[in-house]
Design a protein around this ligand. Structure first.
Ligand SMILES: O=P(O)(O)O[C@@H]1C[C@H](O)[C@@H](CO)O1
Ligand code: GUN
Length: 333
């Protein structure tokens, strides 16, 4: 027999506690299950309005910080900090190395909105929910997004500590019929059938390579193809060998849903992976991938990465200014 559902609570988002303090699942007002029921435009607007009403900044550049890479948000000046649990409709971030806060402020003098921690599908979230903050950023005025992640290096030429600029991705979940864009499409976000080639802006990749040269870290820069697997388990040797045959250079558990949603709503995307560990493709190898190593590598490379992202943001803002007279701030329109 199906479990009884309480009639007392209906929400658009998560369940809630009833008068006995028991968790009550949201009632199914829609015929599709949660995975096919992304937040409506109006729900996303509620979250973006919450942020806009509480900060003076009007950023056009958004940043998503990957595992162990959230230190960048600490550099922001005049910052407003919003723990995810305070933002309407936001889930909780549960992974070590992901603080779980939206930070809005000035990186040098450029206004940015920064996710200090992200959502992953292995935490139990549908792909649309993992990428939902990108739509919130869009409705706060973001036009350009920098997506970062920690990833395993599969290309044998890569070293731990390298920075791989994404030139493409493989949407592995899409092969199995899942997508952050699955479900009813709202044209106010973007088209039903968006193109995904040229997702990673060529001009921004050029600019990032120039920045890397200027700050003396160009020997660590790679350019390659990222794949997202669902996690949370790291890969088997056979899986990694298969992925290498498919042309994958780095393996992770994020980024692709966010990039797809960003492209769907017309954002310009720049993304990079910090190669935090070597993917093990040898049956005789003794080592094992682990999250501690991922965080440790991220910590070791934090200073270079902070400088890299800061300079990329400055250069992006300068280009945005020369292109249309805006300096990275919606204010400047
Ligand atoms: O959020 P990212 O993609 O940077 O984090 C990666 C993937 C897993 O969350 C974690 C595994 O160590 O690192
Ligand atoms: N899937 C996956 N994600 C990672 N994130 C950091 N390293 C790895 C890895 O080796 N595999």
């Amino acid at each position: 027999m199906a479990p009884e559902r309480s009639q007392e609570t209906v929400t658009l988002t998560n369940g809630s506690l009833n008068s006995n303090g028991h968790y009550v699942e949201p009632l199914m007002k829609h015929p599709l299950p949660d995975i096919d029921r992304p937040y409506t435009y109006e729900v996303i607007e509620q979250s973006s309005r919450f942020l806009l009403e509480r900060t003076k900044h009007r950023p056009r550049i958004g940043i998503i910080c990957g595992s162990g890479l959230g230190g960048l948000a600490e550099l922001l000046k005049e910052k407003d900090v919003f723990p995810y649990e305070e933002i309407p409709n936001f889930p909780a971030s549960t992974v070590p190395g992901h603080a779980g806060r939206m930070v809005i402020g000035l990186l040098e003098d450029v206004p940015v909105i920064c996710m200090q921690g992200r959502f992953h599908c292995y935490e139990g979230y549908a792909l649309w929910k993992c990428a939902m903050p990108v739509r919130v950023m869009k409705l706060t005025g973001v036009t350009h997004i920098i997506v970062t992640n920690a990833a395993g290096g599969l290309n044998p030429a890569y070293n731990v500590g390298d920075i791989m600029l994404l030139k493409d991705h493989i949407n592995m979940q899409g092969f199995a019929g899942d997508s952050p864009l699955k479900g009813r499409n709202d044209e106010r976000f973007g088209p039903r059938f968006p193109a995904m080639n040229n997702s990673y802006d060529q001009r921004l990749r050029q600019l990032a390579k120039q920045v890397a040269k200027d700050i003396g870290i160009d020997q660590y820069i790679r350019e390659g193809v990222y794949v997202m697997l669902g996690g949370p388990a790291y890969e088997t040797v056979a899986e990694l060998r298969l992925l290498r045959m498919l042309g994958v250079d780095a393996v992770g558990m994020s980024t692709v849903p966010e990039v797809m949603v960003a492209r769907h709503c017309g954002m310009t995307v720049f993304a990079f992976s910090l190669i935090t560990n070597e993917c093990i493709t040898d049956y005789d190898a003794q080592g094992e991938a682990n999250h501690e190593e991922v965080i440790e590598t991220a910590n070791k490379r934090q200073n270079d990465l902070n400088l890299f992202v800061t300079r990329v943001v400055s250069s992006m803002a300068s280009e945005m200014t020369s292109a249309n007279g805006k300096n990275g701030s919606v204010d400047e329109n």
